[in-house]
Write a protein that binds this ligand. Structure first.
Ligand code: UDP
Length: 331
């Protein structure tokens, strides 16, 4: 067996998971990618299949997880991650954040591996503190539409911390803020693929509410760098990773109109329940502890992302949903 470090990445066929697989392969690791393919897309990792340092296992981590051989690191990135997905598969969302995390913590113990779990700015809910620091406890509605994700992720943090304090497991928790880039799912309802998809299909751009709500968008390469640094650090408390440059959703729509050159206009639709009004990470901790700051401007990142969406087939552009997701929902 080679002496490469071995890392298990769950959610490997998803947007973030697949970029992490690329990064760890490039850093010289042996990567085991795992995904149940509900929201993942095999196209995101297909290019890695010829690489002898990459293995792929189709498995749902909410069920017992078996990996043979040693493991040095586990990165738990399996989860639906958009408000539309939570509405369609709420139970699975709860299970992968809770049961899935429990299984992976058990695996980490058995393998004596360090585990990093993907948490989210959603643990802050609709925040009453701005920007959000890691010390803020959040304002979450447990029974609202986002509750299935937010509470699963809050539970995930709690059980991860319990394994750290009770079992002495090496754990890391990253709180991820809105992130974008190539391989986002075109139809997952997130604002960036929604706007770009609409522009490419010649449809009007749908802004929810009056568009005054804010988000702060981080380019995926910056996020991956922050996660990589956090994994290799010795810090077990949660760390925000995101880009603090904040923009309103209506200004963001204007940026996408400019970027794509579409002559469509903005139309306003009802704001979904519990849609956070403001979101911006305080990244002082990541700066000080990890010496990390985002480097890619929104202008630069959006250009790369637009090129990716333009390269997709007509079939993808007009598909209502990703195939395996549709199949899964029907079951
Ligand atoms: N949004 C919008 N139009 C869309 C999709 C989303 O105006 O077609 C808004 C949404 O209401 C939210 C923001 O864009 O205020 C970001 O939504 P997204 O689903 O990307 O992420 P999240 O709300 O989880 O940050």
């Amino acid at each position: 067996m080679s002496n490469k470090k071995r890392v298990l990445i769950t959610g490997a066929a998803g947007f973030l998971g697949s970029h992490l697989c690329d990064r760890f392969i490039n850093e010289g690791y042996h990567v085991i990618g795992m995904d149940n393919m509900i929201t993942g897309d095999i196209k995101n990792v297909e290019h890695l299949f010829p690489n002898k340092n990459f293995e792929f296992q189709e498995h749902d981590v909410s069920n017992f997880v078996h990996v043979s051989g040693e493991l040095d690191y586990i990165l738990h990135f399996a989860s639906p991650a958009s408000p539309i997905d939570y509405l369609k598969i709420p139970i699975q969302t709860l299970k992968v954040g809770s049961l899935g995390t429990h299984n992976l913590l058990g695996l980490a113990r058995a393998k004596n591996a360090r585990i990093l779990v993907a948490s989210t700015s959603e643990v802050y809910g609709d925040p009453l503190v701005h920007p959000q620091t890691e010390e803020y406890y959040g304002n979450v509605n447990p029974v609202g539409p986002r509750g299935v994700y937010d509470e699963a992720k809050r539970f995930q943090e709690a059980i991860t911390m319990a394994y750290h304090t009770y079992h002495g497991l090496e754990t890391r928790i990253v709180r991820i803020f809105n992130t974008y880039g190539p391989r986002m799912r075109l139809n997952d309802g997130r604002v960036l693929p929604a706007f770009i998809g609409q522009a490419l299909r010649g449809e009007d751009l749908t802004v929810f509410g009056d568009g005054s709500q804010t988000r702060s968008f981080c380019y995926v390469d910056d996020l991956v760098e922050g996660i990589y640094k956090l994994l290799l650090s010795d810090y077990a408390q949660p760390v925000n990773v995101g880009n603090p440059v904040e923009i309103t959703i209506s200004d963001f729509a204007e940026e996408i109109i400019k970027l794509t050159g579409t002559d469509q206009k903005v139309i306003y639709k009802e704001l979904p329940a519990d849609d956070p009004k403001q979101r911006q990470p305080d990244i002082s901790k990541a700066k000080n502890l990890l010496d990390w700051t985002p480097k890619v401007s929104r202008e630069e990142g959006l250009k790369i992302t637009y090129e990716y969406f333009k390269s997709l087939s007509k079939e993808d552009l007009y598909a209502k949903e990703h195939n395996s997701f549709e199949e899964y929902i029907k079951k």
